[in-house]
Design a protein around this ligand. Sequence first.
Ligand SMILES: *[C@@H]1O[C@H](CO)[C@@H](O)[C@H](O)[C@H]1NC(C)=O
Ligand SMILES: *[C@@H]1O[C@H](CO)[C@@H](O)[C@H](O)[C@H]1NC(C)=O
Ligand SMILES: *[C@@H]1O[C@H](CO)[C@@H](O)[C@H](O)[C@H]1NC(C)=O
Length: 483
Amino acid sequence: MKISLLSIILVIILCIRDTICGRLFGEGFIPTNYYENQQQVQQREVIKAAIQKLNNAPEWVSNWPNPNTKLGQVSGLALDNDGRLLVFHRVNNVWDETTFNERNVYNFIGTPAIKEPTILVLNDTGEVVDEWGQDLFFMPHGITVDKEDNVWVTDVAMHQVLKFSPNNREKPALVLGSKFIPGEDDTHFCKPSAVAVLPNGDFFVADGYCNHRIVKFSKDGNIILQWGTSHGSTNFRFNVPHALTLAEDRGLVCVADRERGRVACFRHDNGSYVSSYSNWLIGGRIFSVAYAPVHGGRLYVVNGPTGAVPVRGYVIDFESGRLIQTFSPDDGLRNPHDIVVTPDGVSVYVAELSPFKVHKFMDETLRNESLSIEKTHVKPTATVEVVGGAAGAGGGGAWEWWSGAAGGAGGAAAAALLALAALALLRARNTGRKVATRRRWEYGHGEFKLRRLLERRRFTRVHSDDSDEEPAPMLPHTSPANA
Ligand SMILES: *[C@@H]1O[C@H](CO)[C@@H](O)[C@H](O)[C@H]1NC(C)=O
Ligand SMILES: *[C@@H]1O[C@H](CO)[C@@H](O)[C@H](O)[C@H]1NC(C)=O
Ligand SMILES: *[C@@H]1O[C@H](CO)[C@@H](O)[C@H](O)[C@H]1NC(C)=O
């Protein structure tokens, strides 16, 4: 009995691995609406209605940047102190399932670094006014600029964080991590994703795809503090801490905890947990976050392809945790990877991994905001603090958001809403399982297909451009210090 079951499973696995069989069950064979049932049609309607209730802002700026700007996968964005945009891109390099081996080591050590400039500097009108970063990087990821105009980047292939001073763009002034050697200690990172620098020069590194920690360094590169863990239902659990932003007026550093679909904020002096943000409409993946101290503080986020929710930009009121705005280019977002906002909130920029794009959005109503004393008061709800695992985040978010934004909706809407909360809860639970599935199947090509098939069955609307996303995180190692 057991043996026959095993062999059936084996046959199925072999069958799916095989290309002929794969074609039978493969993506081309399944009608697009095959798994769509009544529930999902309803869900789509609810999503559409929820988006329409939000303010559509900031507004997309068409034809920006100059269409002659040549880009590869755009992984990171930063604003310098003159308000110019730094675009960190991978030119012809692409991160896919062949990029790293199963021990997270870059598979192309020995090939030369990217020969073309990986950092483009764009001015307000979208013209390239400077470019550099050639012969230095292999797989660009995060970028930021500090108050002294030092540029900080992470390269996931090198497992390093590099700092470049304004007067030398060829040799880094500071290098952290060991080149091409992944690890998790004081001298090693594993695919570090982002850096954030405090005004006093102390800085944070999000580490990263295979580790689960935020590390705080002093200006000269010594570790002061670190926190994060790979497991448990705690606010310190990370599943790909993917981007960082500082809310300096609040003394916080906020993390886009990508695969948990949340933004988590911590005190930047001692790493104490303060608040989390998630929402059913944003879904289970948040790729990046930026903060602007306008209207009492706003978080700008981009989500990633997952489930039924659309990929968009969202603005969250920091105090109440409510979604207040949503934005998207006219032809939509597919794989947004990073977001930055000017301190006045007027200009927002979004990087896309694929298609290779940078978008600009503007909110002119905020232009004179810093001069005005009047503040819009948003009544706080309980969304800000989300305790517990992802399930709580999804379900709770659904309820809270609606109780605020639905306003005068009738009883029918309330009933639909309850159903939706249950759905979100279910989905969030599934997300947990999905991660486990991913880990088992992420190695190699054939297995990749099976993973996608499994996900497709469970989640119905898996985007066909799934392969363009960066691979899911590798297996967790030992838990880091200071959980
Ligand atoms: C941006 O650079 C272009 C080319 O150098 C220049 O023509 C344009 O005026 C600049 N725009 C701004 C806002 O400085
Ligand atoms: C961090 O500082 C705050 C304020 O002093 C304090 O309440 C909190 O307990 C501290 N957390 C840790 C982990 O030391
Ligand atoms: C902002 O202030 C400037 C100068 O006071 C004024 O000319 C402009 O119309 C204002 N813009 C908005 C959007 O209120």
